[in-house]
Every structure is written in C-alpha cells, then in structure tokens.
Ligand binder design. Structure first.
Ligand code: PLP
Length: 388
C-alpha cells in the first residue's frame, strides 16, 4: 500500500507552485525567440521582460539590473572573479573573503585562484564573525586590487540570518564590494538590495517554487561589472550569452511574484509550525540540539543533532518513516558529507546534523507525522534513555 509522503526538504528545493507551472504552460504556446524582431519574437520578449520585472520586485531592484543565468551557482561563478570592468576599463579585485559557512557555490571562490580566497570564521551560533571580517579587511593589501566579500543572507543548513547590512557597511568603508547569496532568503523574508547595501545578489528560482535550472545575478548598478562567464550571441546585454531559458525564466518570474504575495502571513504560519515542531522535539528528548536557536533564524528551517544518531542513519530512518528531510545540504551525488557549516561552528560534527525545512504547503499534520517519526528514531538510537 502506498504510504503518504511528507516533504520537508524545502531548502534543497521547493515543490513547483501553481503560479510557475501555469505561467510556463502558457509560455509553451509562444513560439518566438526573444531576440527576434518579428511579432513572435516581440511577444516572447514582452513575456521575458515581465519576468525580469517580477524577479526585480522580489529584491527591490531595478529590472535593468537583473541578469538571468542557469542557476545561482552560475551567477556566483559569474560574479566571483578577479576580472572586473569599470565601464570599459579593467578593475582588479585582489582577494575574495567568504564566510566559512557559504554554500559551495560561493565557498569554492568561483573564478578566483584558490590562494586568493580567504575564509572568515563564524561564532558557535553560526553567525559570521564581523570582528574577524573587519580585521581581514583592515589587513587587506590594496596593491593587489580591491577586496570582494561574499556573505549569504540566510544559511541553507541552519537558517541563521547573517548580519549583511553591517558587513556591507564594513566592506564599503574599506573600498570593497559585497556579493550576497540571497538564495535561501528571497521569498522567505523581505529582501531589498538597496537596504542591504549589497552590490550583487544571487537568486535561484527553484528555492521559491519556481522551476529548477534558472537563477539570476542582480546588480545594484551597472558601473562595476564582472567579465562574462559565457560569451557568444550577446544576450542579457552581453553579460550572459546563449538563448535564454525562456520557459524557466517565465516560471521564475511568476514564482517571484507569488512569493511576495502574503509573505508575512505565510511566514507567521510557518514560524508557528516550526515552533510546534521544535517544542515537540524537546518534549520527546531534552538532549536534542537545535543549531542556531539562540540567534535570528529564517522561519522555515530547523537544523538539529541528536547525540548517538549519525545524520546519514537519521536521514534514512526518517525516509523509511515517509518523511523527506536532509542531512545538511544536498550534494549532487546524493552522498552525505561532513557538514562544513557545523565544523565552522565548532560543533563536534561526528554525528552531523539533520535539517527539516518547511514551506507554504506544510501542515500541522505533517509536523505531527515528523514528530511521531522523530520520537521513534530518538528512542531507538544507541544512546537513548534521556527521553522526557
Ligand atoms: N546558495 C545557497 C545558499 C543554496 O542553498 C543553493 C542551493 O542549494 C545555491 C546557492 C545554489 O543554487 P542553484 O541550485 O540555483 O545553483
């Protein structure tokens, strides 16, 4: 008998929503290439530019400053480069400073040589250490070129919100620029590129109930731009050549618009569900560790460890109970690696962590199913006995 599955891995990917699905179905009827001048081409261009406005609105940006890419990872690789232009003149970027908890898309440093990438540590709660960042910027050798900092707004494993506004102020005081990975934040909290003081934002469609394989690099202006990663026909004003992923972009736009609608009500509901989950977990066993619970977190994410339960074992056990959760971030190979986030937080990562991430369709019944599974799993782990 088929069992009902409960999907609780929204930070890995959000199930595609109706707004994206329906708009994509409609867009499939449009035959033209958005670069063509005939009526079919112009109709495609109109739809594409609407999506650009929708994505721009999600982050308070000027639509002219949205470059569509094939993923947030591609957008990261486009912008994380020492090869910049100020107008037509080359502009050197000397070093890239990344927080130690960045997603690999950023932590790998894009097109910077490895020796030019410096990691900035975080506190035990998983917040970037601004004193360490300030010291690094203070020590930056400006003769190499300007400093670039990459900091995520919300960590994908812990959900911890990072002090981007303060970091941006520091970076600008030191004559640098800041790239903000807003992949887990956009559509889940208010994100405004100007209020953040970010020079660049990275976005991904599939985290906001849009289709997979579409992202965007959003810029605050056009004066400082990275050399293109993909050259060719000059689409996206020469910043990203190749015929656009038209249907994907249309879906991304619709998802962005839908994500903005009712954002605060949706967040309040999700926060209540997480409270129910975390209170329930603590009632089952007092020794559950919820990472980042002492600092500000995005409403949908619960990253926890249970002494005696390895994250791989836990993930499989939840899966067998019908609950899809993740052991840290999803790796493309499906392998479960050590969480670099927990290591950076100084947590003895022997057991690893398990991430439950909720979304707009998560219900109280889903939370109760997850709690029932949690109770079973917690009680049968080798070091069980502390259950309340
Ligand atoms: N940044 C963060 C914080 C993420 O969580 C992810 C995806 O997991 C990415 C970047 C990469 O996004 P994409 O899948 O669009 O390459």
């Amino acid at each position: 008998m088929a069992r009902t599955r409960v999907y609780m891995d929204w930070n890995a990917t959000a199930p595609i929503g109706d707004p994206a699905r329906l708009s994509m179905l409609e867009a499939l009827q449009l035959p033209g290439n958005a670069s063509s001048v005939h009526a079919e081409g112009r109709a495609a261009r109109t739809a594409l530019e609407k999506a650009r406005r929708q994505v721009a609105a999600l982050v308070g940006a000027d639509p002219a400053h949205v470059i569509f890419t094939g993923s947030a990872t591609e957008a990261a690789n486009q912008v994380l480069t020492p090869d910049f232009r100020m107008g037509r003149s080359p502009l050197a970027i000397g070093r890239l400073y990344v927080s130690a908890i960045e997603h690999p898309a950023v932590r790998e440093g894009g097109r910077f040589p490895l020796e030019s990438v410096v990691q900035i540590g975080v506190t035990p709660s998983g917040v970037v250490d601004l004193d360490v960042l300030a010291a690094a910027l203070q020590a930056h050798d400006a003769s190499l070129g300007m400093p670039m900092v990459a900091l995520m707004l919300v960590n994908n494993e812990t959900g911890v919100i990072q002090p981007v506004v303060e970091a941006a102020r520091l970076v600008h005081e030191h004559g640098g620029m800041i790239v903000v990975d807003a992949v887990q934040a956009a559509g889940r909290m208010t994100v405004d590129i100007n209020e953040l003081g970010a020079d660049f934002l990275l976005l991904s469609s599939h985290k906001i109930a849009g289709p997979k394989g579409v992202g965007a690099l959003v810029t605050r202006g056009e004066a400082l731009m990275p050399a293109p990663l993909i050259r060719g026909g000059g689409q996206e004003k020469g910043h990203r050549s190749g015929t656009e992923n038209f249907h994907g972009i249309i879906g991304f736009g619709a998802a962005a618009e839908a994500a903005l609608e009712g954002l605060s009500e949706r967040n309040a509901a999700i926060a209540a569900l997480r409270r129910r989950l975390e209170e329930g977990m603590r009632q089952v066993t007092a020794d559950v560790i919820i990472h980042g619970d002492a600092v500000e977190r995005i409403a949908n994410t619960c990253f926890f460890s249970l002494p005696g339960l390895k994250s791989e074992t836990g993930q499989i056990a939840f899966d067998l109970e019908g609950i899809a959760i993740s052991a840290g971030s999803a790796c493309s190979s499906g392998k479960v690696g050590q969480s670099h986030v927990l290591s950076a937080m100084g947590f003895d990562a022997e057991t690893g962590g398990l991430r439950i991430s909720l979304g707009s369709t998560t219900s109280e019944a889903d939370i109760d199913a997850a709690l029932a599974a949690f109770e079973k799993i917690a009680r049968r782990r080798p070091s069980a006995g502390k259950a309340a």
